[in-house]
Design a binder for this molecule. Sequence first.
Ligand code: ATP
Ligand code: MG
Length: 218
Amino acid sequence: MNAKIIAVVNQKGGAGKTTLAMLLAGSLADAGHGVLLADADPQNTAVHWAGMGACFPAAVEDMSGAAGKLHKVLRQRRGSYDFIVIDSPPAAGAPVTLSALRIADLALVPVIPSPLDLWASVRIREAILAARGKNPDLLARLVVNQMQPNTVLAREVLGMLPEFGIPLLAASLKSRTAYRQCAALGMSIAALGARAGMAILELEALRREVEALLAGNG
Ligand SMILES: Nc1ncnc2c1ncn2[C@@H]1O[C@H](COP(=O)(O)OP(=O)(O)OP(=O)(O)O)[C@@H](O)[C@H]1O
Ligand SMILES: [Mg+2]
């Protein structure tokens, strides 16, 4: 095995990095992959999420202490998993974020469709472009989070995204109580069962798009 590494990054606090990282890691694990969630944020929100229940399907480890050596630590670990998902702190210039971007195959940048959030995300775009100096094959996609379809604002902001310089993942995440429930119960989305039907479909589309991208078919 040589795990594909996905770094979930954004300078903006509260954009949904931990939510996206945990939902994606859980979905990949539920689909039968061996998955490690590397919690690179000293706030350790992902570790807390997994600790709320006994059944989170991916391994979740605090790796925030690795700081600028995270890429070296993960190089040692990637033989044991199919996917490693990194949850990062809201700091584009932090050594741990730069180290994550150095080893990642794919950077996912969750953005809430609001101009303020997009402006605050400019620094992560710069960090991704700079990381390609040492990691030229690094793919990157914006992921719209807390999407509110059919609002004029959402359309205007989405219209701005092409200028942002990082392509948009076709799949997005709506604002859903089910995602907060997953965190409260320490679960993946599939574990919520039928009551989370729409959320499960939304996550499945996102997971499949990410799998295809990393298989070179995206
Ligand atoms: N799609 C969503 N639907 C419902 N709630 C969401 C969604 N995405 C994020 N949230 C909620 O928004 C808040 C911030 O999300 P989250 O903690 O994932 O962001 P973050 O980028 O990891 O924040 P930080 O920068 O502090 O690490 C949380 O309360 C989370 O439950
Ligand atoms: Mg977080």
